[in-house]
Design a protein around this ligand. Sequence first.
Ligand SMILES: [Zn+2]
Length: 172
Amino acid sequence: MSEITPAAGPDDAAKAMPPCFVVDQMLGQLAKWLRLLGYDTIYSTSLDDADLARLAVAENRVLLTRDTQLARRRGVRALLVSSDSPPEQLKQVTTELDLLPADALSRCLRCNAPLQSIDRSVVCGLVPPYVWRTQEHFSVCPVCGRLYWRGTHWQRMQETLRHLRSEGLAQR
Ligand SMILES: [Zn+2]
C-alpha cells in the first residue's frame, strides 16, 4: 500500500520564488523602481548585450530590455519593454508579470544589496532632524552605507504603483 502525496516539484518552488531581473542600460529608472519593490535587479552601465544575456541564463533572471534583437535571443527569458516612459514601463512589467511588492524597501536602490535594519539611536545625527523625529524604522546598506527610511519619496512610489496596478487591472 502506498500513499500518494502531491510533492512540491521544482516548478512549484520556482513559482513561489519572486522573479529576479537583469535590466538593460536604457532602463535605469525602472531598475530603481524594481529594487524599491524588493526585487533583485541587476543594472549596470558597464554590461553589454552579451553580458545581459549571459546573466539572464546563468542566474535565471528575466531580462528586461528595449532592444528587440536582444529580447529575441534564444534561450533567454526576456520581456520587451515597449515604452520610453518609466511609469509606463513599470506598469507594463508589473501587469504582464503580475508583480506585487516582494519585500518593499528591503534592497539598496544604488547597489541592489539586501538592507539591514539599524537601531534608531545609531542614525541620530546622520539623518535630517525632522526625519529622525518622525521615522521609527531605519535600514542601512551593508555595501555603500546609505541609510533608508519610508519617507515621502517612498510614499510617492507606493501611490504611483497602486495607481498603475488599479489601472492595469481595470483594463483586463
Ligand atoms: Zn548600497
